[in-house]
Design a protein around this ligand. Sequence first.
Ligand code: PHE
Length: 326
Amino acid sequence: MEDKLKQLWLTAQAEIAAASPADGETLRTKYLGRKSELNQLLGDIPKLPSAERAAVGELGNHIKAELTRRLEELVSRQAKPADDLFDPTIPGLTQRLGRLHPLTQTTDQLIELFQGLGFSVAEGPEVETEDYNFNLLNIPANHPARDAWDTFWIKPDKGAKERALLRTHTSPVQIRYMQDHRPPIRIIAPGRTFRYEAENATHSAVFYQLEGLLIDRGITVAHLKAVIDLMVKGLLGEGVKSRLRPSFFPFTEPSFEVDVWFKGHWLELMGCGMVHPTVLANGGIDANEFSGFAFGLGLDRIAMLKYGIDDIRLFLSGKLDFLEEF
Ligand code: PHE
């Protein structure tokens, strides 16, 4: 019975779809009339074993309702004269145009800027190993420097040799790139990063960084300072001054914090420094021959400065009224 109903449904559907409005009445009699096959099948339902009755009954009623609706639709097409179908006074539908997320815009702008300086774009995985995220960057286990990066660890598979984590910065891309390429190296690596932190207006557990790495013969802090200056001016305006302030990162020596003079204050922008010889060695590069600098910049932070956004959580909020401002 169920098969018969289904077969009937398929035939009827096809016939109605191909029919013209004038066929409406004939089809109604054929499929819904008192003597129709459907009506007979429905009439037999009470004779079914009780276990089948409910399901088959439901299917039958559903088919009947749907055929009724489709036949009405078919006939009603006839009711309207053709020229009624188009009413030129009905207002058009406005197209909602998509736009790029402010973080994407900021990233694109930086990519363009650095490509102009001969950098290319590199990428690395968001799920990293402890080696790439920490050890090879000169941050051994149990070193107090690790406290600077609160980490989301990933539950290890049975028998896993290495611990996996969500990368806490884009710096692991430095090592991955060095291992695969010989100097001169000039890359930026934008991407998503994660820290196990309480969220507030200035901290988000998911945020974005842009890493920079340049390695060649004879690279000094002067080159670093020049590139940073170009970047700050290109991004925030010609008049914006920047300064380097001594700082500490295990993977750079010396290390600096970059501040920018913005709207009457010195604001901390990013970390940077000369790539530590140990890190060069871990990347397979001879520190006696080559030197380089690296920097890591918070993209959310830059976008907040650029657009005057006061809450970092807005970026991933998915709020349309926020996104439509850019
Ligand atoms: N990885 C550092 C951080 O996330 C930033 C940094 C990158 C500092 C490269 C120096 C050089 O805090």
